[in-house]
Design a protein around this ligand. Sequence first.
Ligand SMILES: Nc1ncnc2c1ncn2[C@@H]1O[C@H](COP(=O)(O)OP(=O)(O)OP(=O)(O)O)[C@@H](O)[C@H]1O
Ligand SMILES: [Mg+2]
Length: 156
Amino acid sequence: MIQHLADEKATLSFGAELAAVLHSGLIIFLNGDLGAGKTTLVRGVLRGMGYMQIVKSPTYNLVEFYKVSNILCYHFDFYRFNDPVEWEEAGFREYFNDDSICLVEWPEKANGLLPIADLQVTLHIIESSRNIEIHAGTEAGKQCLTHWKNITDHNV
Ligand SMILES: Nc1ncnc2c1ncn2[C@@H]1O[C@H](COP(=O)(O)OP(=O)(O)OP(=O)(O)O)[C@@H](O)[C@H]1O
Ligand SMILES: [Mg+2]
């Protein structure tokens, strides 16, 4: 599935729509260059879940945690991650469990440590706008996209 996102608002709305089909246990990788809109999309997802406070980029501390209603959500940004020892010490593996949704920016920087993604989201910079692409990586991811297709007019 690929869709054009004309501006930041469109990225936020897309994230909010995506939130409707997300559930605990899902792992979502967010791919794309610096400034592609990955954090903006997470902001949209969290807003869609009902979180109305500030969503900051977790670039410096690698992860931010949100509890929205009963949903636990971890937002990772591995851009500055370069030490597998830190992975062990921070206990990151425990974050990826059936009770939480994990959204991961720069997953390639933690290659070999992360579990398989249910959804692979890629943002492409197209001058002053973006294109977004989503692929399922697991059966759970496929079900998510099918569900989305059923409740929206997206051609996923
Ligand atoms: N669809 C869009 N069209 C144009 N600009 C957008 C769009 N979506 C987001 N942006 C803008 O892109 C900029 C960068 O967004 P964001 O911080 O979300 O990127 P990022 O992918 O998380 O970057 P990083 O890799 O540095 O963490 C912001 O100024 C945001 O407003
Ligand atoms: Mg970011």
